[in-house]
Design a protein around this ligand. Structure first.
Ligand code: SF4
Length: 545
């Protein structure tokens, strides 16, 4: 309890009344996402936010004329408020809270009223006479006056005590079950109520597709050497020797990835941090080298549990990750191989079954290695363009890759690692603390863990499609004694094919709604978080059929 701040904002009373989990996610875990309602709410507040007026003492004849955006608090109640407007009326004060069109739910006691009562409690506690408050709905311009009822005042005080108890919990309260409120909740993509409830059998209904739609912003890749990237007037500008080569609106950029020698201005970095845009660095050859993403997440409990489970080798999760990867490899081979796959499919099935019950991480490594040899041994059977389709008979090779297919695979895996590193950082994990991959050599081990199930579905799939569609031909590679690399044109084609794959919609095999791969990465990372926090009994990998 001692760690909980002394004063709870009254806006949190509204959130708590809406949903205790929402209160916890926003206040305790400092999670915040905008949705149209929160953006409208901010816009509607612009008049009162400007401030104005002065509040007199409670014993003054006229304690308040019209005072806007005034901060009041009560140590006894443990509450603080930034009241939108306080009006004076015959020696007493009336708080007025600005809201959008209508109260959000409930016939009488709504979250908006709970907040208004909390403000009334503070004013009374400060010695003001305050017998009523007003909700002003800006869209409909309706004023609804509410007399402060003693029973509801007591209820509000009880709620404040309950809020402190919930805030002291190590994990968030369970999500609401099949509630219509979730559809309007800005944190639905973080909370994933229906998905969580499905895993703990709190609801038998099929999860609704409540995850927010993908933003229109997309990653910006800068592969040209020697350019400078800055920001000016809300636009990201790429220049070469002071001549502009590209500009794009900052709101259209979700991520910045730079390859090799590219200079970024500190103004751009600060703007990226404030807009939560990750900036990723790669070597010229495509090796993922680093990421910058503003301040680290405040979700300490998640990192604490991650560290605890990683220290115990994380076997239950590792089993599911490897099982998922092998099953997805099998499905991918089955769907794409031209001609006979031989005995490989049943062998992969057996290995996946064994992975599901493996007794140690070492045995998982063995099973994964065997599966990879079988899978890559058949990989060329999925390629139809002989122009590029040379593939080392021994399967994968890297650092540097020795043939065009391995070159494409390495590039795709580093892109996937980059996206999952940004995703796990956004969720609040430590990306270096893996549950299957050991934290060695500065690898983003947790991102690589999650990459396992997606390698065949995203990375390998892009490689096979760019070769088979003729998007990249043998002329797109530079072959040197040290290894094979893509030329600039081939890289651009590959990056665009990779982004297209992330935009591809697929039916989620567990939740049965359609969703892009881009969003699937986040949903899986959040469900892994739910497992580590003890909210769901197991992590279920994304496995296509
Ligand atoms: S999505 Fe639903 S359960 Fe989750 S925080 Fe929002 S209202 Fe609560």
């Amino acid at each position: 309890m001692t760690d909980i701040p002394r004063l709870i904002p009254t806006s949190m009373v509204r959130k708590f009344e809406y949903c205790p989990r929402l209160f916890y996610l926003e206040w305790v875990r400092s999670e915040f996402e905008d949705n149209p309602d929160t953006m409208h709410g901010r816009y509607n507040h612009r008049i009162v936010d400007a401030g104005g007026g002065r509040m007199g003492g409670p014993l003054d004849d006229d304690p308040a004329g019209r005072v806007r955006s005034v901060v009041i608090s009560s140590e006894r109640l443990g509450l603080i408020a930034k009241a939108d407007l306080i009006e004076g009326s015959g020696g007493s004060v009336v708080p007025v809270e600005f809201k959008r069109s209508q109260p959000t739910h409930g016939p009488q006691w709504t979250p908006e009223l709970a907040q208004l009562y909390a403000i009334g409690l503070i004013l009374r506690d400060q010695g003001y006479t305050c017998t009523e408050g007003v909700l002003y709905f800006t869209k409909t311009r309706r004023r609804i006056t509410n007399s402060f009822d003693d029973a509801l005042m007591d209820k509000t005080e009880g709620m404040i005590r309950a809020m402190r108890e919930v805030a002291a919990l190590p994990i968030a309260p369970a999500p609401l079950v099949d509630s219509p409120k979730c559809a309007y909740c800005s944190l639905v993509g973080i909370c994933l109520p229906d998905e969580t409830n499905l895993h703990v059998e709190r609801s038998s209904k099929r999860p609704r597709r409540l995850t927010p739609t993908d933003s229109a912003a997309r990653p910006l890749y800068i592969t040209e050497q020697g350019v400078k990237v800055g920001i000016q007037g809300g636009r990201v500008r790429v220049t070469r020797q002071d001549k502009e080569v590209l500009q794009v609106r900052a709101i259209d950029v979700s991520q910045i990835s730079v390859y090799g020698n590219v200079q970024l201005s500190s103004q751009l970095m600060r703007a990226a941090f404030s807009r939560e845009i990750p900036v990723c660095w790669f070597s010229y050859g495509g090796w993922f080298q680093g990421i910058a993403q503003g301040l680290p997440s405040k979700h300490v409990e998640l990192r604490r549990r991650q560290a605890g489970i990683a220290a115990q080798a994380g076997l239950p999760v590792a089993r599911r990750l490897v099982e998922g990867k092998i099953r997805n490899c099998r499905t991918f081979l089955r769907r794409n191989t031209r001609g006979d796959t031989g005995p490989v499919l049943p062998q992969l099935k057996r290995l996946a079954d064994q992975a599901a019950s493996a007794e140690s991480v070492e045995s998982l490594l063995g099973l994964e290695g065997t599966a990879a040899r079988l899978y890559f041994g058949r990989f060329s059977g999925m390629l139809k363009n002989d122009d590029v389709g040379t593939f080392d008979v021994n399967g994968r090779n890297r650092r540097p890759p020795q043939d065009p297919v391995n070159c494409l695979l390495s590039y795709a895996y580093s892109l996937l690692a980059k996206d999952l590193t940004a995703t796990v950082l956004g969720v609040g994990f430590d990306p270096y603390l893996g549950l299957y991959h050991r934290p060695r050599f500065g690898r983003p081990a947790l991102a690589l863990d999650l990459a396992e199930e997606f390698r065949p579905l995203i990375a390998d799939s892009v490689v096979v499609s760019v070769i088979n569609n003729g998007e990249i031909r043998s002329s797109g590679f530079i072959v040197r004694a040290q290894g094979v690399a893509m030329n600039q044109k081939a890289r651009r084609s590959f990056l665009s094919a990779y982004e297209r794959r992330l935009d591809h919609e697929i039916t989620h095999p567990t939740y049965r709604y359609r969703i892009t791969y881009r969003r699937v990465l986040e949903v899986q990372a959040r469900m892994l978080g739910a497992y580590l926090l003890g909210e769901i009994p197991e992590y279920v990998p994304f496995m296509t059929r």
